[in-house]
Design a protein around this ligand. Structure first.
Ligand SMILES: O=C(O)[C@H](O)[C@@H](O)[C@H](O)[C@H](O)COP(=O)(O)O
Length: 149
């Protein structure tokens, strides 16, 4: 099965679950409104299979989409799109290790207009809640002590 077929199939399943009201719908975005989306983050700041500077970040119509040119193997992947992640009631991101510290700084700190396109920075839920779970190394480049242990 190709990545495109897999994304179509998964998108169909999600639509069925929305139709049968197993998953509710966001009144704002018309996207499925998951209770919780749990994410990791790569050292490049990617979340799900939403990679920095990739056109997949602009996908506004589909709930599930695919890429065939991931910079990190495997090249073919399916992913929830940004509007779906932003529509969740809760988004939790679990990040550990020093290799992620710079991306965490760029994703969370007030870094000015320099890095707004980092995927990990773009997942702020529209009405829901975003919680970062970081270990000390991942949090080591944060500007201020806005974290709780
Ligand atoms: O896209 C991938 O290929 C990765 O599997 C990736 O998305 C992973 O979730 C993060 O890199 C965080 O992974 P860790 O939390 O295990 O470091």
């Amino acid at each position: 099965m190709s990545a495109e077929e897999a994304a179509d199939e998964y998108g169909f399943v999600i639509r069925q679950l929305v139709k049968t009201r197993v998953i509710s719908v966001s009144e704002i975005s018309d996207c499925p409104k998951f209770d919780l989306i749990l994410l990791g983050m790569g050292p490049d700041g990617h979340v799900a299979s939403l990679f920095p500077n990739h056109s997949v970040l602009d996908e506004k119509d589909e709930w599930v989409t695919f890429i065939t040119d991931s910079p990190k193997p495997p090249p073919e992947r399916i992913t929830f799109t940004l509007p779906v992640i932003k529509s969740a009631s809760n988004v939790a991101v679990v990040v550990t290790g020093s290799s992620k510290a710079e991306a965490i700084h760029l994703a969370i700190d007030d870094v000015g207009p320099g890095c707004p396109s980092l995927p990990a920075r773009m997942i702020q839920p529209t009405t829901g809640k975003l919680v970062w779970f970081l270990d000390k190394l991942a949090a080591s480049k944060l500007n201020s002590s806005q974290s709780s242990e």
